[in-house]
Every structure is written in structure tokens, then in C-alpha cells.
Design a protein around this ligand. Structure first.
Ligand SMILES: NC(=O)c1ccc[n+]([C@@H]2O[C@H](COP(=O)([O-])OP(=O)(O)OC[C@H]3O[C@@H](n4cnc5c(N)ncnc54)[C@H](OP(=O)(O)O)[C@@H]3O)[C@@H](O)[C@H]2O)c1
Length: 330
């Protein structure tokens, strides 16, 4: 392996946005390690993606206990690459992890008890070889555990120094509002919410974005490319190396309906007219909203990330363009 020397000009072109009313700034584009960083993937490719990200000013890397497959292997691989290439740059990185989904057998391996969250973060820190994560999330709401217990666990983790900030993910508006209030009362403000949001899935526009804005909580939408659907990836069939074609991929063939693909075709044409790829336009469309802190993208190779990053060159949409998007989305 060649030693890695980061680009000395890496902070020149990236935009950094303040995360809610906190002191922390995040890059407008962040990188997620849900797919493409597990033991099923090629480590050298994962490493090249991380190099390109850091060289481009991406300082924020998003993980979770269960990312892989197998679960835990994305954190293990990230830890290996971190120790090798990024050790000297730890203070330039914002690393997040989460717990909420199934991770180990028995009654303490998922959801939102203090028992699970504290144990899971301990495991994540070990896998990544870290003393602390920058952001720790509750990954999904738990209908059975009292919200007070889950939020107290997040607050405890911060007071123990195992995370600097905490966030919530996949919480609908009402539950998010309650969680934000409880955390504030505990003296551990909620830094950020991580919901899914893309042109094809706009539920956050129904009140969550306004709530986060008024509460001073940041917002980092995940799967902004709808796992690759909002790109030119599937316009000529299903490529062999695509997420749909992989047995462990979460994007399924059934989601590639004729009507969806027709929308993708029209959006792709429109993007080309703006001088963008469809991936770039889908990201610019989200980032044009000042309530958004960062878009959390995935990539299966460095070239895709390089393409996506160019979204920052054109975040403006005319009202005619916005209307055209609305009429395509129907
Ligand atoms: N909190 C949660 O519950 C939750 C859930 C899901 C995700 N997340 C977070 O969000 C991150 C991103 O999710 P995601 O990977 O689904 O995001 P995404 O950006 O919507 O999709 C990424 C996929 O799109 C394709 N792609 C990316 N850039 C492209 C480009 N420029 N041109 C053509 N195709 C491109 C690639 O597909 P191919 O692999 O087919 O090449 C890539 O794997 C995750 O890693 C994770 O950190 C969080």
C-alpha cells in the first residue's frame, strides 16, 4: 500500500454549513458508509473513496453499528483505514455512528434501551479504534422504550465523553419534537436529525424541516439519490455492479417501475440542460434549501463521488426549473 498524503488544498472548494445553532460546521456533502465498505467489498476501493472524499474537503463520515455486510464490518474497515491513513487527521474529522437496528441476539441487541445504546457504542468504538465519536445517533424510534430513557442514554454517553454530540434518525415530526425537548431539558442539545429525503421521498417537507429550523437542529438527509435511482445508473438496464444487482443491496428491482424510470429519464434530460448530471441536480435541489446542513451521499467508486461533488457548482434553480421538476414528479 502506498502511503497516503492528503491534498494540501482540500479546504478550498468545499462549502461548510453550520449545523443548526451549534458550534459545529459540516461539509455540504458528507459521505456515508452503509454500502460499499463491508467485508463483501474490495478494501482498496473503499480506501480510494475515502481518500478522494478527504482530498475534496469532506470532513464528515457517517457509520452505524450494523453497516456491512456483515454487520460491524464497515466500522472495522473504516477503523483499519483510519489507523493507516487518517490517524494524524483525527481532529479534522467528524465521525458518526448509530444504534437502533438489530445488531446482536437476545433482548439487548436492538431498539432504544440504555443497555443496548451504551453497549453498542462501546463495540463501535472498539471496531473503529476510537476513543470517542463526534456524533452518536439513535438510529430509529423505539415504540416501547420510554423516550426519556433513550434520551438519557444519549446524554449519559456525552457526559462520559464517548460522543461529543448526539442526534436522532428516522424520527417523525411529533416524536422528534419531544426528543429535542427532552434532550434540551437534560442539557444535551440535539445536534442533528438524519431523515431520508430526495426528490422521490419528500415527507420531511410536511413539517419536520420547519421544526428543525425553528429548534436550531441541523438536518442531514440520507439517500438523497434514492440509493442510485436518481442518477443515470438505470437508464440502460441494470448494471452488473449496481446496488440493485447485488444480493445484499437495499435497492430492489421492483422499485425500478416503468413510471419511475420515465421520471428519471425526464429529470436526466432536464439536468443535462442545466449542465449537470442527474446525480448533481438531485443533490443541488436538496442543498438549495438553507434548512439543510449537508447531503449524506453514498458511492461505489471514487468517480461517482467526484461527479456528485460538482453539485456545489450550481445550487440555483429558476422558478421555471422548480416548476418543471414539480410537473415531472407529478
Ligand atoms: N439513518 C438511516 O436510517 C440511514 C439509512 C440509509 C442510509 N443512511 C446513510 O446515508 C448514506 C447514503 O445512503 P445511500 O448510499 O443510499 O445514498 P445515495 O447517495 O442515495 O445512493 C448512493 C448510490 O447511488 C449511486 N451513485 C452515487 N453517486 C452517483 C453518481 N454520481 N452517478 C451515478 N450513480 C451514483 C451508487 O450506486 P451503485 O452502488 O449502484 O453504484 C451509490 O452506491 C449511507 O451510507 C448512510 O450513511 C442512513
Amino acid at each position: 500500500m502506498q502511503p497516503y498524503l492528503p491534498n494540501p488544498n482540500r479546504y478550498q472548494d468545499m462549502q461548510y454549513r453550520r449545523c443548526g445553532r451549534s458550534g459545529l460546521k459540516l461539509p455540504a456533502v458528507s459521505l456515508g458508509l452503509w454500502h460499499n465498505f463491508g467485508h463483501v467489498d474490495v478494501l482498496e476501493n473503499s480506501r480510494r473513496i475515502l481518500h478522494l472524499a478527504f482530498d475534496s474537503g469532506i470532513t464528515h463520515f457517517d457509520l452505524a453499528n450494523n453497516y456491512g455486510p456483515p454487520p460491524g464490518s464497515a466500522e472495522e474497515n473504516f477503523g483499519r483505514i483510519l489507523q493507516k491513513d487518517f490517524k494524524a487527521y483525527r481532529d479534522q474529522l467528524v465521525i458518526s455512528s448509530k444504534a437502533g437496528y438489530h445488531m446482536w441476539e437476545g433482548p439487548y441487541g436492538e431498539w432504544g434501551s440504555k443497555k443496548y445504546l451504551v453497549a453498542s457504542l462501546g463495540q463501535s468504538l472498539k471496531r473503529m479504534g476510537l476513543e470517542y465519536v463526534d456524533i452518536f445517533y439513535h438510529h430509529r424510534p423505539d415504540p416501547d422504550t420510554p423516550l426519556e430513557e433513550t434520551m438519557a442514554a444519549l446524554s449519559l454517553i456525552v457526559s462520559q465523553g464517548k460522543a461529543l454530540y448526539v442526534g436522532i434518525s428516522n424520527y417523525r415530526k411529533e416524536r422528534a419534537e419531544e426528543a429535542i425537548r427532552i434532550l434540551r431539558d437534560m442539557g444535551t442539545p440535539c445536534l442533528i436529525h438524519q431523515p431520508n429525503y430526495s426528490m422521490f421521498d419528500r415527507w420531511v417537507e410536511g413539517g419536520l424541516l420547519d421544526l428543525l429550523d425553528s429548534e436550531g437542529v441541523g438536518c442531514i438527509p440520507f439517500s438523497p439519490l434514492q440509493q442510485g435511482l436518481l442518477t443515470d445508473r438505470y437508464l440502460r438496464g441494470i448494471p452488473e455492479d449496481s446496488r440493485v444487482a447485488k444480493p445484499h443491496g437495499f435497492l430492489k428491482k421492483g422499485q425500478l417501475t416503468d413510471s419511475r424510470l420515465e421520471q428519471v429519464r425526464q429529470l436526466n434530460q432536464m439536468a443535462l440542460g442545466r449542465g449537470q448530471s442527474l446525480a448533481q441536480m438531485a443533490l443541488s435541489w436538496i442543498l438549495r434549501d438553507g434548512r439543510i446542513t449537508s447531503v449524506l451521499v453514498g458511492a461505489s467508486r471514487p468517480e461517482q463521488l467526484a461527479d456528485s461533488l460538482k453539485c456545489l457548482d450550481n445550487l440555483d434553480f429558476s422558478s421555471a426549473e422548480l416548476q418543471q421538476i414539480e410537473s415531472i414528479l407529478g
